[in-house]
Design a protein around this ligand. Structure first.
Ligand SMILES: C[S@@+](CC[C@H](N)C(=O)[O-])C[C@H]1O[C@@H](n2cnc3c(N)ncnc32)[C@H](O)[C@@H]1O
Length: 275
């Protein structure tokens, strides 16, 4: 299964590296969320849609060898990487396995210990049926356990200051391409209701909005995003070659001009408790 319905952004080395940089830039927010979800030594934690495991390996350090990190992804190549890297690091507390969050996640979890917490970052926005994933995770959380999510609502608020037509078109093309594949760049707006339906009560809700100028570390997030993703939008017919070239020129200008900046997409944080 796994790579039969490939993840829209791909699983190649460019995406692998981009996810690493993205994790580094967002790791402070992730660690805050994990503390709110009371993840600590001995916890059994699910990393849903773990990718190549940038969060998984840090969670493994936090839960220690007394705990467990169940790391799962649709991509067999990402899961293989997590398994190999866990062995290399001696992280026997990591259990990495392939599953589709909307199909067989519940069956895969059934054979594993109940969860003290679950973590899902930038995964729900790619799922055609997010409720299936919520249902599977909720069913496997212990009473009082937490589900922490970082995902998108109002993705198309991503913009440059001042605004630039090439960037605006690339953002709209991105949202269209995700929706056409069943994803939802506004998925975090629907999650609280889905959580309530499956016995999860939202305890904490927040939005992380960043701003970045050329030279700021956060500038690399939208910059690497567009440089790996925009050519894929061109290849799939969502963006013209001229708009892509215009976007890259704009990024070059922004990198040099500290009077201009980018607002990356806002990230919604939701932390809910199993009743
Ligand atoms: C943007 S990446 C985020 C990876 C990781 N959560 C992180 O924050 O670094 C999205 C991940 O979701 C995975 N994914 C997409 N659809 C999935 C599905 N139906 N079931 C499980 N994983 C899925 C992709 O393979 C990819 O690894």
């Amino acid at each position: 299964m796994s790579d039969e319905r490939p993840y829209v952004l791909g699983t190649g080395s460019d995406e692998h590296e981009r996810l690493g940089l993205q994790h580094r830039l967002w790791s402070n927010a992730a660690h805050d969320a994990w503390m709110r979800a009371r993840i600590g030594p001995g916890s059994v934690v699910l990393d849903l849609g773990c990718g190549p495991g940038w969060a998984t390996f840090e969670l493994a350090q936090i839960v220690t060898q007394r705990g467990r990190v169940l790391a799962t992804d649709l991509s067999e190549s990402f899961v293989d990487f997590v398994t190999g890297e866990a062995a290399r690091r001696g992280h026997t507390q990591i259990d990495a396995f392939v599953s589709d969050a909307t199909v067989d996640l519940g069956a895969r979890l059934a054979a594993r210990p109940a969860l003290d917490a679950a973590w899902a970052r930038w995964v729900f926005c790619f799922l055609a049926e997010p409720e299936r994933a919520v249902e599977a995770v909720a069913a496997h959380l212990k009473t009082g356990a937490m589900f922490a999510v970082h995902d998108y609502f109002n993705y198309t608020a991503m913009t440059t200051a001042p605004r630039c037509e090439f960037h605006e078109r690339a953002v709209q093309a991105t949202a269209r391409s995700w929706r056409d594949r069943g994803g939802d760049p506004d998925v975090a707006s629907r999650l609280p209701a889905l959580f309530a339906k499956h016995g999860l009560e939202v305890e904490h809700l927040a939005v992380h909005q960043r701003a970045a100028r050329g030279g700021d570390s956060m500038f690399a997030w939208p910059d690497t995003w567009w440089r790996t993703w925009a050519p894929k939008l061109v290849d799939t017919g969502y963006l013209s070659r001229e708009d892509c070239d215009g976007l890259f020129r704009t990024l070059d200008e922004l990198a040099r001009d500290r009077t201009r900046y980018i607002l990356p997409p806002p990230v919604t944080e939701i932390i809910a408790k199993k009743r």
